[in-house]
Design a protein around this ligand. Structure first.
Ligand SMILES: NC(=O)c1ccc[n+]([C@@H]2O[C@H](COP(=O)([O-])OP(=O)(O)OC[C@H]3O[C@@H](n4cnc5c(N)ncnc54)[C@H](O)[C@@H]3O)[C@@H](O)[C@H]2O)c1
Length: 277
C-alpha cells in the first residue's frame, strides 16, 4: 500500500497507531490540529482541520485508505460536536470519494448504541440507540459510511470502540480494549481484502465483554487481552451495584446517565498514558 492518512494522530489512540501504521504503507500521513512531535520513519505530518473540506481533500491525494480517529472524544454541547464530529465525518468521506480512496476505517463508538441495557448481549446489527450528542454523531458517521458504500463504493469498517484506556473502574472489566488489541483490530480493518460496509466492536477478549462480534468474524479479529486479570482489585473498591443507575445498567456507562451536553468521561478516571514518540 502506498499511502495511508491517519486523522486524530495527536490523540491518545492515534499515538499508539502511528508507528504500526508506518509498517503497513510506504507513506503514513498523520494529521491533526495539534502537532504530533517527532516523526517515525516514512511518516509525514500535515496540520489540517476536519471541518475544512479543502484541507481534507488536499490530504487525501493519492491515498489508498484513511484511518479516521479525529474527533471531540467526549460528550459536549451539540454546537461543539457538530463541526469536528459530524461535518468532519462528511468531509473525510467526501474527500475520500473525490480522491478515489478505497476504504475508510472509522473510530466509531459504543455510544452509538449506548442506551441498550448491558443485560442485552448486542450484536453489530442492532438499531442505533445513542446515549449522547457524541453518540448521535457516531450514528451519523456510520450511516454516512453505509451510504458512501452503497452509492459510491467506498468501503468502510466502523470500529465501535468500547473503552480503550487503562482499566480503572468496574465497567471497564467488560469494555476494555487494550492498545495491542486496538492495533490488531485496525490492522485487520486494513488488511482484510474485502470488507464492504462493516461494523465491529472494539473490545478485548474480556470474560465480561457485553457485545457480540459474531457477524464480524470475517475480519479475523482475535483479541488476546482479558481485563479479568484486574477484576479482584477493581471490584474491591467499586461502589455498590445499583440497577436504577443508567450509568451502571447501560452499555454507554456514564454517558448513559449524564445530561445531554455534559462530559461523560469526567467521572471515568481516564489515564492519559499517551505513547511518546
Ligand atoms: N478512547 C476511547 O476509549 C474511545 C472509545 C470510543 C471511540 N473513540 C474514538 O476514537 C477516536 C480517538 O479517541 P482518543 O481517545 O484518541 O481521543 P483524543 O481526544 O485523544 O484524540 C482525538 C484527536 O482529534 C483531534 N481533533 C479534534 N478536533 C479536530 C479538528 N477539528 N480537526 C482535526 N483534528 C481534530 C484532537 O486534536 C485530538 O488529537 C475518537 O474519534 C473517539 O471518538 C475512543
Amino acid at each position: 500500500m502506498k499511502k495511508i492518512v491517519l486523522t486524530g494522530a495527536a490523540g491518545r489512540l492515534g499515538s499508539y497507531l502511528r508507528e504500526p501504521l508506518t509498517k503497513l504503507c510506504e507513506e503514513l500521513v498523520s494529521t491533526d490540529v495539534v502537532d504530533v512531535g517527532k516523526l517515525y520513519p516514512n511518516e509525514a505530518f500535515v496540520k489540517a482541520d476536519l471541518t475544512k473540506l479543502d484541507e481534507m481533500t488536499a490530504l487525501m491525494k493519492g491515498a489508498d485508505m484513511v484511518v479516521h480517529f479525529g474527533a471531540i472524544g467526549d460528550e459536549a454541547p451539540f454546537e461543539q460536536i457538530l463541526g469536528p464530529n459530524i461535518i468532519g465525518a462528511y468531509n473525510v468521506w467526501e474527500a475520500a470519494f473525490q480522491n478515489g480512496v478505497k476504504r475508510v476505517v472509522y473510530a466509531s463508538s459504543i455510544h452509538a448504541v449506548g442506551m441498550y441495557p448491558k443485560t442485552e448481549f448486542i450484536g453489530v446489527d442492532v438499531p442505533h440507540r445513542p446515549d449522547t450528542f457524541y453518540g448521535l454523531a457516531k450514528c451519523f458517521a456510520e450511516d454516512l459510511g453505509r451510504m458512501y458504500w452503497e452509492k459510491r463504493q467506498i468501503e468502510a469498517v466502523c470500529l465501535r470502540i468500547l473503552s480503550c484506556a487503562k482499566v480503572t473502574n468496574a465497567r471497564a472489566l467488560g469494555s476494555w480494549l487494550s492498545y495491542e488489541d486496538l492495533v490488531h483490530l485496525v490492522t485487520r480493518a486494513i488488511d482484510t481484502p474485502i470488507v464492504g460496509f462493516s461494523i465491529v466492536y472494539g473490545v478485548s477478549n474480556n470474560d465480561r465483554a457485553p457485545v457480540d462480534n459474531t457477524a464480524a468474524q470475517f475480519l479475523a479479529y482475535r483479541p488476546k487481552d482479558n481485563a479479568e486479570q484486574f477484576a479482584a482489585e477493581i471490584l474491591a473498591k467499586a461502589p455498590p451495584a445499583n440497577p436504577q443507575d443508567l450509568g451502571q445498567m447501560c452499555h454507554g456507562g456514564p454517558f448513559a446517565s449524564v445530561k445531554l451536553g455534559n462530559s461523560g468521561t469526567a467521572t471515568m478516571g481516564i489515564v492519559n498514558d499517551k505513547k511518546q514518540t
